[in-house]
Write a protein that binds this ligand. Sequence first.
Ligand SMILES: Cc1ncc(COP(=O)(O)O)c(C=O)c1O
Length: 374
Amino acid sequence: MSVLSSTFKEHLKNFNLDLGQKAGITRKSAQSKYGLERLHKMSSNENPLGPSPKAMEAIRAAIPFIHEYGFKSDHDFIHALAMHFDHRLAPDQYITGNGALEVLELLAQTFLGPGLECICSTPSFHIYEMFGQVTGSVVKSIPLKPNYIDLDLDAIFRAINDKTRLIIINNPNNPIGSVIPKSQIDILVDNVPDHVIIVHDEVYFHFLAEENFSWAMDYIEQGRHVVGLHSFSKGFGMAGIRLGYGFSTPEISRYLRKTVRPFKINTLSMVAGLAALKDTDHIKKSQRVISEGKAYLNAQFDEMGIKYYPSHTNFILFRSPGPVKEVIEYLMLHGVMVRSGEINGARGCIRVTIGLPDANEAFVQACKHYMKLD
Ligand SMILES: Cc1ncc(COP(=O)(O)O)c(C=O)c1O
C-alpha cells in the first residue's frame, strides 16, 4: 500500500457515491449513446425556454473583458440581491456560490465535521447526504410521511441531539414536487434547539402555487437560525452558468463568509445573474409555460391512468407504468430523457421535467406507446 494511503483522510476511504451515475447524463452523451438525432431533455428540471435573453446579452458584452479579474468579490451581486428582495436583508446576509450546491458545500464545510450530525428528510435531493458524509459527519435520513407531503416531526425531534448541526429541508421537494405545510415548518423552527440550523432549500420557488409558504426569509427576519437557498438553475434557466446563493441571519452569514475565497464567482456568471434578476418578463413567461405544460401533463396522466403527485415545481413525479429502468430506457429510445425518482428515494417512480408543448407531447406519445394505449 502506498504511503499516501495514510495521508488520505480516513473517513473518505470508503466514500464512493458514484456521483457520475447519480448526476444523470448530459444531452450530448445520451444522444451519442442511443444514436438519437433529436432528444427532448426532460431529466434535470431545467427551464425549457433557456436563459433570459438579457443575461445572454450581458454575457456577450462581458466576453472581451474576461482576461481580467473582473469581480474580486460578489459585492455588486449581493447588493443587487438585497435590492431585488426590497432590502429585507442586508447585502452581506447573502452568500453566493457556483450553484446552490456550492453554498450547501460551504454550509457542510462550516458547520459539519467528524463527530457532528446532519438530518435530512427523504425522499429529497440525494446530494445533501453526500455533503454531510464528505465532511465525516453522521447523516440521519428521516422519511417524509407516506403521503410524501408531511414531515415526520416526531422522528426529526427524536433524531436531534447535542451533535446535530444542520437539518436540511427541501421545499418544494425534489423529486416529489410537493410543498410541506407551513404549520409544520413553523413547529420545526419554533422547537429546534438553538445550536441547530435549518437549511430551507427553496430552489424551485418560482413555480410555487401555494400562498401560505414557509419562506426562509420570513424566519430569518425574525432572527431564527435558518438558511435559505436559491438558484439560477431553475426559474432563471441558467443551470450551466452555475450560480446560486444562500441567505441567513447576520451571525450565520458571517460564519459562512469567513472561508469564502476571492474571485469565487466568475465574471460571466456574475453579469448574467445581475441581468437575469432584472428580467421579470422572462420569469413570467417561464412560469406561464410551466403552468400550461403542467395542466396538459396532469390531464394526460389522468387519461392514461397513471398516478402522479401534484407538483409545485417545474417537474412531475409519477408512478412508473412498468419497471422503472425499462420505462426510462423505452422513453429514451423514443427521444425523451426522463429521470428515475429512485435516485432521490421515490421507489417505483419517474420524474419528468415539464417542457415546451412539443416535448410534452412527445413524452405522452411515448408513454401511450409503451402502455399500448395508442
Ligand atoms: C432541490 C435542489 N437543490 C439544489 C439543486 C442544485 O442547484 P444548483 O444548480 O444551483 O447547484 C437542485 C438541482 O437540481 C435541486 O433539485
